[in-house]
Design a protein around this ligand. Structure first.
Ligand code: 0O2
Length: 268
């Protein structure tokens, strides 16, 4: 029974991870920080069915989170972007949304859940299954991971004192998310300029490596020294200018090497 659920989780994790990759390739901030998935263990499925009074033959119909995917975002604002992405996908049909962020659960749990229909192509025929997608921030995830393991330890008998401390911690998580949201632009600027710097440096190093194949070795090692000097200054504008100059130099050397090999061809 679990085969199609495993396939669905694997496929959905790949698909959402690729969305993050697409944002990165476009050099844009990704609302998705990380993606993970799991198929519920048989013992947990049976526990849940028992808890909810679901007969075995109705498990697939009534237990919506046999396949579970978790999407972690940096900021609360990113969650609605991810929800929009999921609503707009043609390979998913949203069955239900549960917003435990606007209104947290009595335990203090906060997260946005979407129950979706997803079709997998199995060996025999296509099979449409339900999957639960949990979308939450890094901070919400920290809280719920800890609280989940305590729930597991204490089952229904969590001591009152611990429960209260967890509720206070949930409030602190909420404050932390609000604080982070207020400095989101600053953080995103810092992340963007780090990413931009890393891209420029990669470009420069690629150019230097290529020049070693087509230009004079002494000239290239001079360029390399110059790059280290500029790099030490940690000035993105200088790096950008240097990168542009190298682009032009590489183009010129490349054109010269094409011309000379064409010349050799005509000589032959
Ligand atoms: P596991 O071990 O994570 O799989 P409902 O009838 O809709 O109220 P249901 O079907 O349990 O109840 O749905 P709900 O409430 O959306 O919860 C689904 C999953 O959300 C849970 O799965 C948990 O993963 C997570 N979750 C819900 N409430 C809490 C909470 O108070 N604390 C933590 N840490 N996680 C929570 P399972 O099957 O309970 O557990």
């Amino acid at each position: 029974m679990l085969g199609p659920y495993r396939q669905a989780v694997d496929e959905l994790v790949v698909k959402f991870t690729h969305i993050k990759q697409e944002y990165q390739d476009a050099r844009m901030y990704s609302p998705i920080e990380s993606v993970s998935g799991r198929v519920k263990r048989i013992s947990s499925i049976l526990d849940k069915a028992h808890r909810k009074g679901v007969p075995i033959e109705q498990i697939e119909e009534k237990i919506e989170d046999i396949a579970g995917v978790r999407i972690i975002c940096q900021f609360v604002e990113d969650i609605s972007t991810v929800v929009g992405i999921i609503r707009g996908r043609s390979d998913l049909t949203v069955k239900q949304e549960k917003d435990y962020i606007s209104k947290s659960k009595p335990s203090g749990y906060r997260s946005y859940h979407m129950i979706v229909y997803y079709t997998v192509q199995t060996f025999g025929e296509p099979k449409t299954i339900e999957a639960e997608i949990q979308i939450r921030t890094l901070a919400m995830n920290f809280w719920s991971t800890i609280e989940h393991s305590l729930q597991y330890k204490y089952k229904e008998n969590m001591p009152d004192g611990l429960r209260e401390r967890l509720l206070r911690a949930a409030d602190a998580v909420s404050v932390l998310d609000k604080e982070m949201a207020s400095v989101r632009d600053e953080i995103m600027d810092a992340q963007n300029s780090n990413r931009q710097k890393a891209n420029i440096v990669t470009n420069i190093l690629n150019n230097i490596e290529n020049l070693y194949h087509i230009a004079n070795e002494r000239e290239v090692s001079k360029i390399q020294k110059e790059f280290f000097e500029i790099y030490k200054k940690d000035d993105i504008a200088l790096l950008k200018r240097f990168n542009k100059e190298l682009d032009v130099l590489s183009e010129t050397h490349h054109a010269q090497s094409i011309q000379s090999s064409a010349g050799r061809f005509i000589d032959l």
